[in-house]
Design a protein around this ligand. Structure first.
Ligand code: UGA
Length: 440
């Protein structure tokens, strides 16, 4: 099939590339010329494992093209995916101006029947909005359908998620339209669920909000564990073994960041409010999450009451492992808080340092985790990259000023670290230095 993907951010680039990989003719369009020039030179704007090879192969074989020419791309395609950004304002409301602009663009260049697909995360009712805009601006009266096909890929695993989705949701007003879109996915093994447009739109927000709720829930339990001297990792393991709950997304620590969960929970809260429903549960999810950094930095403050001149080695800057994405990264909040106290920061992240330099210009970037820890008063684990789990901490201990670990992701085993001679501080972990000695 001939496909056009408008917006070459995370979702658009991965979606377009994977559709090309599945044998379709794909044109990815963006209005940022530099981005398109770079993509045509196979220089990707993001770090995503496996994506570079896939882009190169499909681009070489001519199935994947990058262009700023929206007119030709729309004319060429039967199916047009809207994959532009949908940031949120301070009130939580989703800014749909990019979606609106794309809808106008599609209307202007339509030359026949088109299926217009919302893949960006958009609030319920956006399908109607896109349909109304196209109706208003399409002078030639061409037929079209607007479908919702939300994306569930995770950064860091996006290619795998797109090729092996756990479900495909198509929200369409006509079954035949949904079936046409499903043809695109026919070679993938995944449950395919057809709904109306509103339900599909809500599925995306409800999914992300539920996952965010799981994280805040376990973080609240972590606080409780601290009060009694229990271990939140053991509790999460025991709770998660119930298949109705599941062990995934019960990792406690600094809480959720990134470009999706904080924005999507706020957006669902905002939409609910507009509809007259007070979704208090989601307010709590956000409140718990927003308190996590403070809880972590308070531990550091208690151990180092005078931070002036203290050197902290920060391991991990990206909002989560396997990405260079710094959007809503907890590292920024933690570091800015410590800098205010006069601390010196030596940081290392395997891939996110170039992106981090833009938001954290005044810290020292190191070539390795070992270099960051050299002479440090404490090690702060902020993003749980696997390589940090494999570090030789005995070697690190020799070079640190004080052997102290603050584990923001509960990645290390507190008992083992203490046996190595470290002071260990985790969040809700038994054997943490600040925990009561109960529950032994
Ligand atoms: C999330 C969803 O997982 C995807 O399904 C969805 O498609 C995507 O948003 C989106 O809406 O586009 P993503 O933001 O890439 O994906 O990252 P996650 O892996 O979900 O992690 C989000 C945040 O939660 C991270 O800050 C992570 O550190 C945190 N987290 C995750 C925890 O604190 N604990 C956990 O147990 C899991």
């Amino acid at each position: 099939m001939n496909i056009c993907v408008i917006g070459t951010g995370y979702v658009g680039l991965v979606t377009g590339t994977v559709f090309a990989e599945l044998g379709n003719e794909v044109v990815c369009v963006d209005n940022v010329a530099e981005k398109i020039e770079n993509l045509n030179r196979r220089k990707l704007p993001i770090y995503e494992p496996g994506l570079q090879e896939l882009v190169e192969r499909n681009h070489n074989e001519g199935r994947l093209k990058f262009s700023t020419d929206a007119k030709s791309a729309v004319e060429f395609s039967e199916i047009i995916f809207i994959c532009v950004g949908t940031p949120s304002s301070d009130s939580g409301e989703t800014d749909l101006s990019a979606v609106e602009a794309v809808a106008k663009l599609i209307a202007k260049h339509m030359n026949g029947y088109k299926i217009v697909v919302n893949k960006s995360t958009v609030p319920v009712g956006t399908g109607d909005l896109v349909r109304n805009i196209i109706n208003k601006h399409c002078v030639d009266g061409h037929k079209f359908d607007v479908v919702s096909n939300p994306e569930f890929l995770r950064e860091g695993q996006a290619v795998n998620d797109a090729l092996n989705p756990d479900r495909i949701i198509i929200g369409a007003s006509e079954k035949q339209v949904a079936y046409r879109l499903l043809e695109l996915y026919s070679s993938l093994q995944a449950p395919m669920i057809i709904t109306d447009v509103y339900s599909a739109e809500i599925i995306k927000y409800a999914s992300n909000s539920f996952l965010a709720m799981k994280i805040s829930f376990i973080n609240a339990v972590a606080d409780l564990c601290e009060m009694v001297g229990a271990d939140v990792e053991d509790v999460a393991n025991g709770v998660g073994r119930d298949p109705r709950i599941g062990v995934d997304f019960l990792n406690s620590g600094l809480g959720f960041g990134g470009s999706c969960f904080p924005k999507d929970v706020k957006s669902l809260l905002h939409t609910s409010g507009k509809l007259g429903y007070d979704f208090n549960l989601l307010k709590n999810v956000l409140e718990i999450n927003e308190g996590r950094v403070d809880r972590f930095t308070s531990l550091i403050r208690r151990r180092f009451p005078d931070m002036k001149g203290k050197t902290f080695a920060v391991l991990g800057l990206a909002f989560k492992p396997n990405t260079d994405d710094m959007r809503d990264a907890k590292s920024v909040e933690v570091i800015n808080d410590l800098l205010k106290g006069g601390a010196v920061i030596r940081a290392f992240d395997p891939v996110a340092m170039p992106a981090a330099q833009k938001v954290l210009p005044s810290i020292t970037y190191c070539q390795t985790a070992y270099e960051a820890c050299n002479g440090a008063d404490a090690l702060l684990l902020i993003t749980e990259w696997r390589e940090f789990k494999l570090l030789n901490l005995e070697k690190i201990k020799q070079t640190m000023k004080n052997p102290v670990i603050f584990d923001g992701r509960n990645m290390y085993n507190p008992e083992r670290k203490k046996r190595l001679g470290f002071e260990y501080f985790g969040l809700g972990r038994k054997f943490s230095n600040h925990m009561p000695e109960k529950g032994k």
